[in-house]
Unconditional design. Structure first.
Length: 283
């Protein structure tokens, strides 16, 4: 519809420009016709426009019909009146072009305002829909893989990693009430309240920052995408709590944010690119 209206404005301006040319042409023809009549000539090439000019002169004669003789030639003011009519029509086209431009500008301004308002309403609606869809994602999984820190990996220290894992799991179970399952050579915890993930993160950071002889690779995935979680685990980001971009995005829709997020990097994942983020403690 907008394109049709803009085409109509363009047509109007082109039409008024064309009429300006027509009126200039008519003025020139009227001058020739006037000279022909003053000299008593008979210019055959003017015959195509003579009916129009005669009709115009009839109208002009009603406006101003004075005439007088100069050196035997009859000078009629109806020609002047006709020239004035054509000149007024010429400038009237200019005025109509100006008015059309003003109306077009006013329409464009109104259209842009309406479009921006419509886009703002649409964006708010889309934002509300996205937020509603994101908040529906309540389930999330935490995968924890461990290894001995380099300074504790010497055989003579005789540190039992399985015992350390049991201590870790015992601590997390006591704090969260969730029992883990074995997953990808580590442990998998499943939770159902993503809006309360800060409470779980508090526990996980205590594990991460503990004095235990273990290094921890903690991965969090919102929803049920275990394949993506496996990819996160395979990256072996020890010493951090990592997640994919979709989980970081979901975290933005929580009411409270006791932790920050930063991007770790981009990693190739089959024919996909995996954008990895990590949770950061806010100092």
């Amino acid at each position: 519809m907008h394109e049709i209206i803009m085409s109509f404005f363009k047509f109007l301006k082109s039409f008024f420009q064309f009429m300006k040319i027509v009126f200039v042409f008519c003025i020139i023809m009227l001058l020739f016709y006037w000279v022909q009549n003053l000299t008593g000539g008979d210019w055959k090439w003017l015959s195509f426009i003579t009916p129009f000019l005669n009709g115009l002169l009839v109208v002009a004669n009603k406006i101003y019909s004075v005439s007088f003789n100069i050196f035997g030639a009859e000078f009629e003011f109806k020609y002047v009146s006709a020239l004035i009519i054509l000149t007024v029509c010429f400038y009237l086209m200019n005025l109509l072009i100006v008015i059309t431009n003003l109306i077009e500008d006013a329409y464009n301004t109104s259209y842009l305002v309406c479009k921006k308002t419509e886009e703002a309403i649409l964006n708010r609606t889309l934002k509300a829909n996205v937020e509603r869809e994101e908040k529906r994602i309540n389930k999330y999984a935490v995968a924890i893989n461990t290894k001995l820190k380099p300074k504790f990996s010497h055989r003579e220290l005789n540190i039992n990693i399985q015992e350390q894992n049991k201590l870790m799991n015992k601590f997390i179970i006591e704090k969260t009430g969730i029992q883990p399952a074995v997953f990808e050579n580590g442990y998998l915890y499943k939770f159902n309240r993503f809006d309360e993930i800060d409470n779980v993160l508090e526990v996980l950071f205590k594990v991460l920052n503990s004095n235990a002889p273990l290094d921890y690779a903690i991965c969090i995935q919102a929803g049920d995408d275990l394949e993506q979680l496996k990819k996160l685990i395979s990256l072996q980001h020890y010493g951090m709590i990592s997640m994919a971009a979709d989980t970081a995005y979901r975290y933005k829709f929580n009411e409270t944010h006791r932790y920050g997020t930063t991007q770790v990097g981009l990693f190739q994942y089959g024919d996909r690119t995996l954008e990895v983020h990590e949770f950061k403690e806010i100092l």
